[in-house]
Ligand binder design. Sequence first.
Ligand code: HSE
Length: 414
Amino acid sequence: MYMRNRLTIGLFGFGCVGSGLYQVLNQSTLLNANIKRIVVKDPNKSRSLPDENFSFDKNVILNDPEINVVVELIDDADAAFNIVTEAFKKGKYVVSANKKLIAEHLDELLDLAKQSNVSFLYEASACGSIPVIRNLEEYYNNDSLSGIEGICNGTSNYILTRLNNELKSFDEILLDAQEAGFAESDPTLDIDGFDSKYKLQILILHSFGLKTKPEEVLNIGIRHIKTKDILFAKEKGLRLRLISYAKKVEDRIVAFVAPLFVKENSFAYDINYEFNGVSIEALFSDKQVFTGKGAGSFPTASAVLSDVSALQFDYKYEYKKLDSLNVELADAIEIKAFVSVSDSRNLDKLQFTTVEEEYASPEYSYRVGTLRIDQLTHDFYRNNPDLFIAFYHDADVKIVSNIDKEELIQEEMS
Ligand code: HSE
């Protein structure tokens, strides 16, 4: 029989996921674990447990030698960074669900966890209850993966689903999503694609062994969508989905977050409301799709529980692909795109390489064709609220900068 570590947990945060974890841990009979201390920020907030269960000083957990696992489930990525790095230095294992923390500090966190020889697990950080990170680490532990894409943000998927079904206003539906409790406290992270990008960065790390910085990966969101864009999609039998996309093209990784038009045969077409889905494409297995709840108290807590359970056996991510796969981010690509505007003069803000469809009227115009996406930055997207930009899911993606570079090299040699 395997020896299981006895886990004494210090829990940071008792919000949606923290309180969910408290309940699922209490219901789990297989775990050799207990929560010894809970540290929260706000002493005045009313909670489902009596006040004596809570402390407000992080050192109550960090300085307790009996606590060997820190579970970090707070909203604030900067405070989380301090907690997690101090926990590493004290030799404690860490479980986190904080995608922003991980995406912004990948290098430092991985180095520190390694130096301290502790496990750092974060299954709940990408796609909530869907067991994707450990699958990428363990099952796809070789170089056969060719692409991964997902609906990784429940809030934006909820909004897109309801826009499609009800043709109501974006703001009205965003409010409902926030009230339902799965939007981030700052909805910008959800609707502008940041949350989807942080999750994509984590998936890219475990799929292709590539560390990325948030500013290197394009994210455009759904905030500027117009009802007429939904009608355009419906007329063509398409649906809009905010997709976190990464594809290996030779030794380059094409990566972005953007609204995509998906066809009925796409994995994403029937993933509705707050559900998430991930499609993994590998050389020999072809496509595999996981769907499930990507947000919410118990679903997210179930992924945290699985990490805690793995720590009983000292499980660590090995990041094997970091040392073995030699890939880089593609810096410029060309893809089939749709741009719509209310003021037709704004259509020329983006240069299409080719145009295959165009429509103009005084209050709504659009253009469809191929676009080099290095013209787009997040700031361009934010500063042009009249432009709704979406790509086509089934379109070929062409890496243009690498071709240019090769042509240049050949020209220089000839
Ligand atoms: N705001 C996130 C979402 C929560 O909507 O998916 C889960 O990460």
